[in-house]
Design a protein around this ligand. Structure first.
Ligand code: ASP
Length: 340
């Protein structure tokens, strides 16, 4: 029988309403079988565990991602797949970070959660959890895991984790993968899109737990006064900046902004250019208003989501010290997170 480890990290899925205060609090996850007896009927052996302190995912930090990656490393050989129950708010950040920290996975790591707590009658949590477990246990005809990457399962769709984004705070369809097809659709059967699945290059996973928090995210807007953000361009404090630009990577030709960025990059800072559009990517040099970025060595983030861009930059700055290597890493796809 296949064996899946379910790790509860917090979020709405594992919460119940405190009748006195009306507030949502985490429940003891070991009692999950009381809430979802259907789990007993899956032909999969399920172990459950909870992190010491389950949290709302708004509280997630890079330390928590490292703790999760280490948990997977320590139990990797004992399970066929992993399901991480996680708050939806930052699920795509966690999925992206895990995809960079764990290279060449041969087993599925599926993140899921829900918009309504499991104790609520109309919960989406039961279906999400049950199907995520089925996907985590699924093998092909050679006995290999069908999914060999970090993915997010939500409301009948399986997405590549580092391609996913939370797009709705109130609909059950809370996630999208704007620039990459779904990996699977769960209908009467689970239909996998075989050609879209990532395959590792090595036969064993490798782990890297170094993440740098010296990264910033800056979204430009018409009329922006760059002086308000001058402090960000201090390379002794901010090692890398993800810049969210207009359309296919464009920004105003503002001399002050340009010289700040030029000095920052010359001083060893890394700037990654991604689009603030909800789909598509950056093509630096397509317009005059983005050609400056090519001249000063801003990295095109292609079609990275903001979640993947920030976590990849944390990873690149944490693992590499040479600025050319950091830039090369940022410009090259690692695990299906971007188009070349
Ligand atoms: N605030 C919650 C969280 O992200 C929302 C959710 O779980 O859906 O932890």
């Amino acid at each position: 029988m296949t064996k899946v480890l379910v790790i509860y990290t917090g979020g709405t899925i594992g919460m119940i309403k405190n009748p006195e205060t009306g507030l949502l609090n985490s429940f003891d996850f070991n009692s999950v079988y009381e809430h979802i007896p259907e789990l007993n009927r899956l032909h999969t052996e399920i172990d459950t565990m909870s992190v010491t302190r389950p949290i709302d995912s708004s509280e997630m930090s890079s330390e928590d991602w490292i703790q999760m990656a280490k948990l997977i490393q320590n139990s990797y050989d004992r399970y066929d797949g992993f399901v991480i129950l996680h708050g939806t708010d930052t699920m795509s950040y966690t999925a992206s970070a895990l995809s960079f920290m764990i290279k060449d996975l041969q087993k599925p790591v599926i993140l899921t959660g829900s918009q309504l707590p499991i104790g609520v009658i109309r919960t989406d949590g039961k279906e999400n959890l049950i199907t995520a477990i089925e996907i985590a246990a699924a093998k092909d005809s050679n006995g290999e895991s069908i999914i060999q990457e970090v993915a997010v399962y939500f409301e009948y769709s399986l997405y590549r984790g580092n391609r996913s984004s939370k797009v709705s705070s109130h609909q059950f369809e809370a996630f999208k993968s704007p620039n990459y097809p779904e990996l699977a659709i769960a209908g009467v059967n689970i239909k996998y899109k075989w050609s879209a699945l990532f395959r590792p290059k090595q036969s064993k996973p490798s782990y890297n737990f170094s993440l740098s928090n010296s990264v910033a995210l800056l979204k430009i807007y018409p009329g922006m006064d760059i002086n308000l953000y001058r402090g960000l361009f201090d390379v002794s404090k901010t090692k890398g900046i993800v810049l969210e630009t207009f359309g296919s990577g464009n920004a105003p030709s503002n001399i002050e902004m340009q010289s700040l960025m030029k000095d920052y990059v010359e001083g060893g800072g890394v700037i990654v250019n991604i689009t603030q559009c909800s789909s598509g990517g950056v093509k630096q040099g397509a317009y005059h208003t983005s050609s400056f970025f090519n001249k000063i060595g801003v990295i095109s983030g292609s079609d990275l989501t903001v979640e993947a861009a920030i976590t990849k930059l944390m990873f690149a700055l944490g693992t590499e010290s040479n600025s050319d290597n950091i830039k090369a890493l940022m410009a090259t796809p690692m695990c299906g997170e971007m188009e070349r």
